[in-house]
Ligand binder design. Structure first.
Ligand code: PNS
Length: 166
C-alpha cells in the first residue's frame, strides 16, 4: 500500500520553513499531498488558487517534487485526508509554544478520525523563527524577505501589497 501523508496549512504565503518541512516529509512518505485550507471567513492575502500556484512553483527543479500533489480544501481536515487516502497528517513544530495548539488540533483530529495519526516534524534550526504572519508584516513594511520565502513568493507578495511600486 502506498503511504500517503497530508500536509495541511493556510500557507498564506508558503515560506522557506514550510518548504523545509515538505521536503523532510517526502523523505518519510512515498507521496505527500499538500493541502491549502481555504476559509472564506478568514482574510488571506492570496486566494486558494494563488497559494496552490506559488507552492507548485517551489517544486519545479526539485527531484522530490514529483511525489508531491497540491490540493485545496474547505471543511474538516480529516474528511479531506480520507478523500485523498491519507492516514497521516504532517505538521511542523518550530518551538514549544507551537505545541499546545498543535497538540489540541491533533487530539481533535484523532477523536474525529481515530485511524489518522499526526506526525510532527521540526524544520532546520535556522528556520524556526519564520512564520507566515511575520513574513506578511515584513513585506507590508518593505523589508528584505530574501531569507524568509522563495524569490517568486517575495515578488508575488510585493505585487499584492504594494502594486503601485512594481
Ligand atoms: O497553517 P495553519 O493556519 O496553522 O493551519 C491550520 C489548519 C488549516 C490545518 C486547521 O485550522 C484546520 O485543519 N482547519 C480545517 C477545519 C478542521 O478540520 N478543524 C478541526 C481540526 S482543529
Amino acid at each position: 500500500m502506498k503511504h500517503i501523508a497530508l500536509y495541511p496549512g493556510s500557507f498564506d504565503p508558503f515560506t522557506n520553513g514550510h518548504l523545509d518541512i515538505l521536503h523532510r516529509a517526502t523523505k518519510l512518505f512515498e507521496k505527500v499531498v499538500v493541502t491549502v485550507a481555504v476559509n472564506n471567513e478568514k482574510k488571506s492575502v492570496f486566494s486558494g488558487d494563488e497559494r496552490v500556484q506559488l507552492i507548485q512553483e517551489c517544486l519545479s527543479g526539485t527531484e522530490w517534487g514529483a511525489r508531491v500533489q497540491i490540493t485545496q480544501f474547505t471543511g474538516l481536515l480529516v474528511d479531506h485526508a480520507k478523500k485523498m487516502g491519507a492516514h497521516t497528517l504532517i505538521r511542523g513544530v518550530r518551538q514549544i509554544s507551537d505545541f499546545e495548539y498543535e497538540f489540541r488540533m491533533a487530539l481533535t483530529n484523532k477523536r474525529l478520525a481515530p485511524s489518522i495519526d499526526t506526525v510532527f516534524l521540526m524544520p532546520d534550526e535556522q528556520l524556526t523563527f519564520i512564520s507566515a504572519s511575520l513574513v506578511k508584516e515584513v513585506a507590508y513594511w518593505g523589508g528584505d524577505l530574501g531569507s524568509f520565502v522563495p524569490k517568486h513568493v517575495e515578488i508575488a507578495l510585493k505585487n499584492k501589497l504594494h502594486p503601485s511600486s512594481s
